[in-house]
Every structure is written in C-alpha cells, then in structure tokens.
Design a protein around this ligand. Structure first.
Ligand code: MG
Length: 203
C-alpha cells in the first residue's frame, strides 16, 4: 500500500507557511514504514530538532481505480480516519531552499500515525466534518472540511490520474492552520467531531 499526502489544502495553513494557495492539488508520498498504528508512541528522531504536528483527515481507499471521474470518486472510500503528517520542519526548509524533494522531511519512519477509522455513513455531511488535535489537553489545531481547497472527491480524482489507487491506500487530505512543534513527553489526541480516534505519546 501507499500513503498519498495532500499539501496546502487549507488556505489558512498555506498562508501560515508563507506558501502560495495552490490552483491544483499538491501531493507527495510516504512509504508504509511511516505508519504508526494502535496508539503506539512516536520516537523523536535524531536527525531533526523541529518536528511539527499536522493533523489531517485520512481517506482509506476501498477498491482499485485509475482516472476516476470526480462524480464516481465517493465510491472509492467507505471509511474516514484521522492521522498526523509529522514534518521535520528544519529539514523541509532546507529542501525547499535548494529546490530538493521533501521526502527526508516528510516520509521518515513513524511520520504517519493513524487512528481508528469510522464508517462514512455515520458522518452527517462529508463537506462539513469538524476535526481537531490537542497536545497535553490543549486544542492546537481545529479544522472543517468545509474549508478544503480540494474536496475528497476532487483529490481522489486528481491523484488517480497519476497513480493507480489500490485497496488499503491512504490519502492524508491536508492540515488546517495551527501546525507547531512537538517535544518528548507530549501527549497528542486527535478527534473527529467529539470522538477521540487517536492518542499517543512522543518519546
Ligand atoms: Mg500535511
């Protein structure tokens, strides 16, 4: 399986990164070794001094597809979850400066904690899902899919023009504003509406 991450999909986050608001989806990949499941801890890596949290809603692809038309995209996922797109912001800044790929800063081991998934049928309105992240009990990021630049269906359709989507692939759909550093000892908890779906510690 593969992990596809959408960058700058909330304009307020693009602004806080001093990045232009994209006119088409920006995306990158993480390998399966990036995943952390079952609320296992994240171990702060030696190669960075500035790991940031980015809380994101995650779509789980349920069947193979290529060149998926936007109007059929909703048939390609049944479940929505929440995860963290951990980013080594110091390494990313260096990559950006030199125009180099971001993988070192984005796709390292453990960079994609993923929580429990919920059936999308239980969600009232896919276009208005509220989600949040707390660090040590304080809410640090809050978002709603009503503010997405590219909807889930648009993202699935766009990405499938380049990559065949396969069952079990995950799409991290972008982070709202409020990204920031984590430190050893922090406890992160992520919510869809008021349901706690992910809780783990930085070690
Ligand atoms: Mg992200």
């Amino acid at each position: 399986m593969k992990i596809i991450c959408i960058g700058r999909n909330y304009s307020e986050h693009a602004k806080e990164m001093n990045a232009p608001v994209p006119t088409e989806p920006v995306f990158f990949l993480k390998p399966d070794t990036a995943i952390i499941k079952d609320n296992q801890p994240f171990y702060y890596p030696d190669f960075s001094k500035d790991i940031h949290h980015e809380v994101e809603l995650v779509i789980k692809i349920n069947k193979p597809g290529k060149n998926i038309d936007k109007k059929f995209a909703k048939k390609y996922y049944d479940e929505i979850g929440i995860g963290i797109d951990f980013t080594a912001r110091d390494l990313q800044a260096k990559c950006k400066e030199k125009g180099l790929p971001w993988e070192k800063a984005k796709a390292f081991d453990g960079s994609a904690p993923i929580g429990r998934f919920i059936d999308k049928k239980k969600i009232e309105d896919i276009n208005n899902i509220n989600f949040s992240l707390s660090v040590n009990g304080n809410i640090v990021q809050e978002g709603s899919t009503k503010d997405l630049l590219f909807t889930f269906d648009e993202v699935i359709s766009y990405v499938s023009n380049f990559f065949t989507l396969k069952t079990g692939d995950l799409i991290y759909t972008g982070t709202p504003k409020g990204v920031g550093p984590v430190k050893i000892g922090d406890k992160l908890e992520a919510y869809i509406e008021n349901e706690n779906l992910l809780a783990f510690e930085i070690k």
